[in-house]
Design a protein around this ligand. Structure first.
Ligand code: AMP
Ligand code: GLY
Length: 421
């Protein structure tokens, strides 16, 4: 089979690596990929939001199956577009992608189906905000309704801040959002639970914990994710049952009642409070960097799984995992998530010796005249698999020291919750 992979981040390099290991594939084309995918696949420059262009390229390269990595093309309806053209494609359609594309939609699904989540109010103007403020305790969380590249959520400890942030969003700070979701702040521990779904069923696809804040000890502004590990220790069998029965099944059921069948990966972002799961967010894709820790633990051929999902044969497909732990640390451009410089040369990568349990997934990288350059905020994901999180982290940090990239920084404390306990 020829596979087309949409996206260019660390998640897509990790997907590309697994696809490359599959016995079922002939060639992989990445649209547009990065310097990491270039080593195991063919990168083709493309605007992933220009569906006509993608369709033409898919036909030209005789692609049998398209796998969509990031949320934006999903939310905008790439899957619907390609399906209409009779192209096989893995990912949720436009309607189902509203679970991530509109926080207001997601909250309404929760409310109508008794899915545990933070109390909230959808606000379209200042008056709505003031009404909610009257009856709520601080801190409060202000969320832009639509996609905002991970920058749409602000935790506010004063009413003034709630009003200021809301006003910015009403005035059009994020193109995708004219309204906000204002919600109560949930205390607890965050964890992510993943499933893969076809029209008939869904199956477990790993757990992970991300580290969203830029600085050690979880300080500083939110980022796309500074590192992650898998599995998430906090999710035991009892909690898993609650996640499935209280959150995932009612969500799929609510969509099915509208004749919408969720297919693809679903990322369930949770706050765990007194052993009870509360839904913080749905993402209609794998997480980044969560994908980079989940996929190295996958034993079963990824393309076999995805092919069966696309043909609605997931029920008959067993998904097996290595009984190992994994961690990834993100090497970022200095300044991220604020202003940072691109085009910084990364010299030593080819000289780094990796064991079969170590992976360097590229994210914001590109090749220019055969030189590796940074091309984004999150640049490399250094990942390792093993039996003990402390040793895995030590190994990762050793690799980062060997890379010795002067333009970068990283968090040394990924996994602190489980390592220091
Ligand atoms: P989201 O984009 O909805 O995942 O929000 C980004 C991050 O904000 C989450 O990963 C949490 O760390 C935090 N967050 C979002 N909603 C809440 C909430 N209701 N209570 C506490 N923290 C939250
Ligand atoms: N790491 C968070 C996300 O992928 O949304």
């Amino acid at each position: 089979m020829n596979i087309g992979l949409i996206g260019s981040g660390g998640r897509e390099h990790a997907l590309c690596q697994k696809i490359h290991e599959s016995k079922l594939i002939k060639k992989i084309i990445c649209f547009p990929g990065n310097a990491g995918t270039a080593k195991i696949a063919k990168n083709i420059k493309a605007d992933i939001l220009n569906f006509r262009e993608i369709h033409q390229l898919v036909q030209f390269h005789k692609i049998d199956l398209v796998i969509v990595g990031p949320e934006e093309p999903l939310v905008r309806g790439l899957v619907d577009y390609l399906r209409k053209k009779k192209i096989k494609v893995f990912g949720p359609d436009k309607f189902a992608s509203r679970l991530e594309g509109s926080k207001a939609f997601m909250k309404k699904v929760c409310k109508s189906n008794n899915i545990p989540t933070a109390d909230y109010k959808i606000c379209k103007n200042k008056k709505d905000v003031l009404n909610f403020l009257k009856k709520s305790k601080l801190p409060l969380v202000v969320k832009a309704d639509g996609l905002a590249e991970g920058k749409g959520v602000t935790i506010c400890s004063s009413k003034k801040k709630v009003l200021n942030i809301s006003e910015e969003i009403f005035k059009g700070k994020f193109k995708s959002s004219k309204k906000i979701v204002l919600e109560e702040f949930l205390e607890g521990e965050e964890a992510s639970y993943f499933v893969i779904a076809d029209k008939k069923t869904f199956k477990f696809f790993g757990t992970a914990q991300d580290h969203k804040r830029v600085k050690e000890n979880d300080k500083g502004p939110n980022t796309g994710g500074m590192g992650a590990y898998s599995p998430a220790k906090i999710i035991d069998k009892k909690l898993e049952k609650k996640i499935i029965n209280k959150i995932i099944k009612p969500t799929f059921f609510a969509l099915k009642k509208k004749k919408i069948y969720y297919t693809g990966f679903l990322y369930v972002g949770l706050m765990i409070q007194d052993n009870e799961p509360y839904l913080i967010e749905f993402n209609v894709r794998m997480g980044d960097p969560e994908c980079q820790v989940i996929l190295p633990r996958l034993k079963t051929d990824l393309i076999k799984i995805i092919k069966n999902v696309v043909n609605n044969k997931l029920k008959q497909t067993s998904i097996n995992w290595h009984n190992k732990k994994s961690m990834t640390v993100v090497l970022c451009s200095k300044g991220y998530p604020g202003k940072y410089k691109k085009n910084k040369t990364i010299k030593n990568l080819d000289r780094i010796k990796l064991s079969k349990n170590d992976f360097i997934y590229h994210a914001g990288t590109k090749l220019e005249n055969d030189q590796l350059k940074s091309n984004g905020g999150r640049v490399l994901n250094i990942t390792s698999v093993g039996t003990d999180f402390l040793n895995i982290r030590k190994k990762i940090i050793k690799i980062i020291k060997n890379i010795n990239w002067k333009g970068g920084f990283f968090r040394r404390d990924i996994g602190w919750k489980i390592i220091n306990k």
